[in-house]
Design a binder for this molecule. Structure first.
Ligand code: AMP
Length: 279
């Protein structure tokens, strides 16, 4: 595996690489969720590029940019063990040289939900992913369903800007008790870690009432909220949206996303499920 830090080195490698090229964009501190994306990329691509970049522009003021967990040595070993060909780990200056000024704003899907609590977050994500696509020029790029709104934002951007890349969205990888894996789980102390399982229980409770025939959004949300309240968790948001375009829904119908975000201890956690409530 080659570890490269500049766009020029990366371009040289990719130019000579066998296609298809698969890209897995990450902020590092790898867990099984990241490794699953790498495995999927490895299966489908002749060349696998993983980017490791804690992107400052997607953190709002006062967020955890400074304390975001980092361990490049461990990440390098883990990526190598998954058969990754190139680990692209640029500096902030390499990605945002002096005078950098362009921002991508994908519109409605980048408003509401996480955007209400993380101003500028999706502009930062869309811009850095567009840059990574231009740097790597991948045939396929892999994202996790864990960041459901992010996945919709990227798909919208790729369609709107005719980017020649196929976006693969991969299922959420969970801990044994259902907690969605996240680098930020590292912030949880034992007490918060135990409470964090309530996010997953809330999603399961909602799925349960939908499976029993309920379609009304308020009733489904009440079931989920009950699990959060039992764990003393007040969500930042708990919402039902169309899974395709994130438009609000008042009934579970077709492909419906139930998404939650909450602060638990020192961590801000997100989770979601897509329910097929065809009635
Ligand atoms: P991050 O390093 O947190 O920015 O995540 C990099 C990629 O991994 C994103 O596309 C995430 O959606 C994805 N990812 C993170 N956690 C998980 C998980 N538990 N299951 C599936 N994908 C994940």
């Amino acid at each position: 595996m080659r570890v490269v830090r500049t766009v020029a080195e990366l371009r040289d490698l990719v130019r000579a690489a066998e296609r298809p090229v698969g890209l897995v964009p990450t902020m590092g501190f790898f867990h099984e969720g990241h490794l699953e994306l790498m495995r999927r990329a490895r299966e489908a691509s002749a060349t696998v590029v993983v980017s490791l970049f804690v992107n400052p522009t997607q953190f709002a003021a006062g967020e955890d940019l400074g304390s975001y967990p980092r361990d490049e040595g461990r990440d390098t070993q883990m990526a190598e063990a998954e058969g990754v060909d190139v680990l692209f780990a640029p500096s902030v200056e390499e990605v945002y040289p002096y005078g950098f000024a362009t921002t991508i704003d994908v519109g409605a899907v980048a408003t509401g939900m996480c955007a209400d609590h993380r101003p500028g977050h999706f502009q930062g994500v869309a811009t850095v992913v567009a840059k990574l696509f231009n740097m790597v020029q991948p045939d396929i790029a892999y994202f996790g369903q864990k960041d459901a709104q992010q996945a919709v934002v990227i798909q919208r951007m790729v369609r709107d800007l005719d980017m020649p890349v196929t976006v693969e969205v991969c299922p959420i990888v969970r801990e044994d008790d259902g907690l969605a894996m996240s680098s930020r789980n590292h912030y949880l102390d034992a007490e918060s870690r135990a409470r964090a399982g309530a996010l997953h229980r809330a999603l399961r409770a909602a799925e349960g009432v939908v499976a029993a025939g309920t379609r009304d959004a308020a009733t489904v949300l009440r079931a989920a909220r009950g699990e959060l309240e039992a764990a003393g968790i007040e969500p930042e948001y708990l919402e039902l949206r169309s899974a395709e375009d994130l438009s609000p829904v008042d009934r579970v119908n077709g492909s419906t996303l139930l998404a939650v975000a909450a602060r638990v201890g020192k961590a801000r956690l997100i989770d979601n499920t897509v329910m097929k409530g065809v009635s």
